[in-house]
Write a protein that binds this ligand. Sequence first.
Ligand code: GTP
Ligand code: MG
Length: 197
Amino acid sequence: MEIKNSEFVVSSPVVSKCPDDNKPEYAFIGRSNVGKSSLINMLCNHKGLAKTSATPGKTLLINHFIINKEWYLVDLPGYGYARRSKSVQQKLQQMIMSYILQREQLINVFVLIDIRHEPQKIDVEFIDWLGQSNIPFSIVFTKADKLTASKISSNVNSYLEKLKETWEELPPYFVTSSEKCIGRDEILDYIEQINKK
Ligand code: GTP
Ligand code: MG
């Protein structure tokens, strides 16, 4: 699929303030600094569309971007940034979870995982919560440019092994680098297939 047009629409603090035109949407979630905003920019081939930062905690609201005037990509705040106060962390978590549970036009959640790290409890718990809540999701391994091909495949395999401890059926997954533009076609084709259904 080609993205011909991508535009920022609105930043919302709560679900009730999100766009109400009922177009399908796809959201990106994961730990702070994992690369959610960078991935949106890479998919849209539009630097600066979503705001990125080397310091974790950049994205703090629910950000809607309209693609080809037909559907949305949604950039969410990250979870698990330890340097935030407990009350701010809880408020953000509440925002993310109510968005995911309440947003009827949400078609799929992409959970981003930094490919360099061992499975982290906070991510595995979040994935389990999505599964238990019957939310369709896929996994996106990010920052693949930081590892060799063999390390990528061994880290992906050990992640999938970890998920198999809980889940019989594994979710679709993608290996990406926003820096090197890896995984773009795969994710866009996946979205296109779902949009057609
Ligand atoms: P929050 O909004 O704070 O939750 O972060 P985020 O998940 O949106 O991360 P963001 O896209 O702002 O990127 C965080 C940092 O990681 C930035 O310094 C990016 O340049 C860097 N980064 C993101 N994707 C990649 C990638 O694929 N490769 C490399 N090498 N760096 C990346
Ligand atoms: Mg961000």
